[in-house]
Ligand binder design. Sequence first.
Ligand SMILES: [Ca+2]
Ligand SMILES: [Ca+2]
Ligand SMILES: [Ca+2]
Ligand SMILES: [Ca+2]
Length: 327
Amino acid sequence: MRMWWLPSQLSSRESKKPRAPSEAQKKRRQQAEARESKLHTDVDHGEGRIKYVLTGEGAGTVFVIDEKTGNIHVTKTLDREEKAQYTLLAQAVDRASNRPLEPPSEFIIKVQDINDNPPVFLQGPYHATVPEMSNVGTSVIQVTAHDADDPTYGNSAKLVYTVLEGLPFFSVDPQTGVIRTATPNMDRETQQEFLVVVQAKDMGGHTGGLSGSTTVTVTLSDVNDNPPRFPQSSYQFSVVETAPPGSAVGRLRAHDPDEGENALLAYSILEGGDGAEAFAIHTDMLGQDGIITLKKVGEAPQKYGVLLSFFLLGALIWEPLSIHPSI
Ligand SMILES: [Ca+2]
Ligand SMILES: [Ca+2]
Ligand SMILES: [Ca+2]
Ligand SMILES: [Ca+2]
């Protein structure tokens, strides 16, 4: 038969960690230290012949018992995130003979959570890439903060995400931390990199909550949204009529502000112009310049009009251009 009187759930409020405690935190710690619980057995009639003995986790170090009264004191600051509960044994023994007066009784001290841990982004800083010109709401990356406090008690670990920097280009889902595009037609050729600062705040984002932040560097990847363009609307080259076939006549360079393959050019002469028979064009090794060469032996002084085109990723994008070779 159990004869201990025990609180149904003895609990100790977790104390603040030593790092830079505020006045309120110090007060809470003192409260925690002052908190005590009492053990009592029915065989104790107050004559002082009972001695209370405490054993188990933290007995004598974290928890001490007043052997006369059965009062249990917390002697140290407790950290729920370090140890959430202690299992102890209490027993009443006869002071004179040290004989137990009943079997030992087990009880558990639970450390109640307080909000003493800010959210931390363990994986940050983040880097992400999203195609330029993406639709609004396109998912970029998910950021996740960790809060060491008790997720099952109160709001100490209930996090809300907000964007501190990076508006209006990006938004963050308050609950999931998924970052999405928030502005249409973001153009890589205008700005390629964005710095987004995301904050996570506990206590459901309310005033007084603790917060942590991380950065996400978002790079816009290239989309082929620019056709190549000739900087001039027409070019003029001349070649002597005695020049042999294969002679270089001129060199052209169109401009494409895109990147990589999207800016790789291939030149060709459009059928139809009268220069198509007399001239050829080939693209240089770097995919930048078009080199016009003579295809057949020159005749009498003559003018030719040449139409050039670009082949770009299989699609024909062209800009008419006339070339007027002269003697
Ligand atoms: Ca917290
Ligand atoms: Ca805590
Ligand atoms: Ca392009
Ligand atoms: Ca582009």
